[in-house]
Design a protein around this ligand. Structure first.
Ligand SMILES: [Fe+2]
Length: 133
């Protein structure tokens, strides 16, 4: 399997696919939130049932998008494995998992875990300039 962070720097196709799945993940999360808000105010039981079913679809879509992205991003997966489905303090788990995955204090200065693993902190966004869509 090709990792997004181990790909050749000029492999725009993988980066575009990765970015599309990131956008999809965002959209699925937004849909989950929208259904949550609609469910909170809906009184009609049949409408509630329909919307609960639809929200379940969005849970599935979000989970599939996330799994795809984690399979393509080993450092993200390593951090996720340290955080997800664990009891206890979420922030502590996150800090520990980030430090273990990145091999330092976990603060790479990028403000997030999505930076590349090439040590530059670059997301490779600049390499997309002029790339065919
Ligand atoms: Fe969806």
């Amino acid at each position: 399997m090709t990792s997004i962070t181990s790909r050749p720097r000029n492999c725009h196709r993988l980066t575009r696919t990765f970015a599309r799945l990131c956008a999809s993940l965002t959209e699925e999360a937004e849909a989950i939130g929208w259904y949550e808000q609609r469910l909170a105010v809906e009184a009609d039981p049949e409408a509630l049932a329909v919307m609960r079913d639809a929200q379940g679809e969005e849970f599935k879509h979000f989970s599939m998008d996330l799994e795809f992205l984690l399979r393509r991003t080993p450092s993200w997966r390593a951090i996720a494995e340290g955080v997800l489905f664990r009891a206890g303090d979420i922030v502590d788990h996150g800090e520990q998992a980030e430090a273990e995955a990145l091999g330092d204090d976990g603060d790479d200065g990028s403000g997030g875990a999505a930076s590349s693993d090439d040590g530059t902190g670059s997301l490779g966004i600049g390499s997309l300039k002029g790339a065919a869509r």
